[in-house]
Write a protein that binds this ligand. Sequence first.
Ligand code: FAD
Length: 516
Amino acid sequence: MIARVTRRPRQKRIVILGGGFGGVYAAIHLEKLLERQSAVEICLVSHDNFFLFTPMLHEVAASDLEMTNIVNPLRKLLHKVEVLVGDVHQIDLSAKRVSISRSFRNHPQQIGYDHLVIALGSVTNFYNLPGIAELAVPMKSLSDAIRLRAQILRHLEEANSECNPIDRQSLLTFVVAGGGFAGVETVAALNDFLRQALPFYPNLCEEMLRVMLVHSGPVILPELCQDLGRYAQKVLARRGVEIRFNTRVKSMTEGNVSLVDGLSIPTRNLVWTAGAVPSPLIFSLPCPKKQGRLLVNQFLQVPDWPNVWAVGDCAFVPDIRNPGKSHPRTAQHAIREGNIVAQNIAAVLLRRPLKSFSFKTIGLFASIGRRIGVARIFGFNFSGFFAWWMWRTVYLSKLPGLDKKVRVAFDWTLDLLFPKDVCAVHDFDRRRDFHRQDHTTNPVPPPPRSMAPGQRQRASSRFGRLIITTSASNSPSPPNTKEKPARWLTVTASRRSKAISPASHPRAPMPIAESL
Ligand SMILES: Cc1cc2nc3c(=O)[nH]c(=O)nc-3n(C[C@H](O)[C@H](O)[C@H](O)COP(=O)(O)OP(=O)(O)OC[C@H]3O[C@@H](n4cnc5c(N)ncnc54)[C@H](O)[C@@H]3O)c2cc1C
C-alpha cells in the first residue's frame, strides 16, 4: 500500500520584536485581522512578560499606585500570539532570522520570519557623562520607578538618623535632570511624595528638603506651548521645587552633582530623564537611519526590505503632511502605528492595497503634582484642576484591562483618604544577606558614612540599634570604598568566582550569581 502524503502549505510567520506600545498594539490588531487565517502564526518577543503603561510610571515612584497596577501580562492581552520572553540579540535581515536568548539560562534560539515588525523602543542616553550611568536613576522601566521609590525611602530613613548636617543635606537633596514631560511629572510627584512622607520622620522637616529640576532650555515642557510651561514653573516653584534653567548636568559623584554652569550640588539623588536613543540593535542594521532611528516609508516599511516594518520610538516615521519631519515619539503615535502596520501586513498577505500612516496629535497632558495639570487639546490650552482631571480620565481610559482600570481607580480614591505608604519593601540595592556581601573588598560591616572611624563607637551607643542596623547593611560605604550598586557586585563576584574556584579555595564565599 502506498501512503499518501498531503503537504500542508508552510505557515507564514510574523515576528514582532518589543512588547511596548507599538509591538503590543500591532499584535492585538494582527490577531483580529488574521483571525481566520490558519496559515499565519504570530509571535512576539520581549524582555518582560508584561506591557508597561509608561504615562503612569511616576505614580509608582511616588507611591500613588501599586506597581502591578500599571502593567498587564502579555499573555492576558494576547490570546493567539505566541509570547516569547527573552532578549533579542541580533537581527539578520538577509537570512530573515532573529537571534534571541530565553530564560535565566540564556537559552539561545533562532527564529525565522516572513514579516518582521521592529518595535524595540528606546533606551536611556547618559551621554557618557562621568558617573551618571552608575549613580543616577533613570525613569524608563518599572524597575527604575521601584528603585527610585526605594531610594527615596532609604535616604529618608538614613537622613532621619544622620547627625552630620552636611551628609543629611545631601541625602535630602533630590535633583531631576530633564524638563520634558517625564522629568516634570517625576519631579512634581517626587516632591509631593517627599513632603507627605516627612511627618513620619520626627527628625526631619520641610526646610531640610531640597528638590531641584535642571532644564537645558529657558522654559520647561517644551513639547507644550510656552504659556503652559511658565504656568507649570510657577506651580512647581510655589510647591518648593527649585528650577535651574539653561543648564545641564555635567557629572555626578557619590555625593555631588555638577552642572555645566559651574554649580555644584551636594546630593546623593539624581533622577535622569534627560535623554533617550533608539535601541542599540537599530545601529547594527544595514538600513538607512535618520536621527539614529530606522527610516520607514509612509506605509511603515523599511525601504529595500519590503517585509520588514518598524514602529514606535525606534522608527523615523515621516509626517506626510509636513515633508522632512517625523511624527513625535509618543505612546499615542506608537499605538496608531501598531494599528496601521497590522493592517498593512494583513494587506500584503491578502493582496490588498497598503495604507499610509498619518495621525495628528489629539492632545498632550502633564500632571504637575497634586490635583494640578496642564493640557493642550486641539490647540486649546487648559491648566489647573480641570487639566489634571482630564489627565487622569484620559489615561485611565487608555490603560488596558478592566481589572487594572478598577485597581488604579481604587488606588487613586484611597490616596485621597489615607497618607502615602512609606514601606521600603522593594529596596533591592540594600543588601542584608551575609552571603551576598562582597567579603574580599568589604570584610567588616562599615561604619556609617557620616562618621570617622574613631567616632563610630560613640555614635553607636548614642543611637543604639538604629545605627548598628544601618551600618550592617551595605548601604553606607566604608571611608575608602565606594558604595557598589547591586549590578557592580554581581560583576565583581562573577569575576572573582573565576579567579578563586571553590576547588582551589574551599572557604571562598559562594559566587553571587549562584547564591542569588
Ligand atoms: C516616564 C515616561 C513617561 C511617558 N509618558 C508619556 C505620556 O504621558 N504620553 C505619551 O504619549 N507618551 C509617553 N511616554 C513615551 C512613550 O512611553 C513612548 O513613546 C512609547 O512607549 C513608545 O512605544 P514603543 O513601542 O516604541 O517602545 P516601548 O513602549 O518602550 O517598548 C519597547 C519594548 O521593546 C522591548 N525591548 C527593547 N529591547 C529589547 C531586546 N533587545 N530584547 C527584547 N525586548 C526588547 C522592551 O522591553 C519594551 O517592551 C513616556 C515615556 C516615559 C519613559
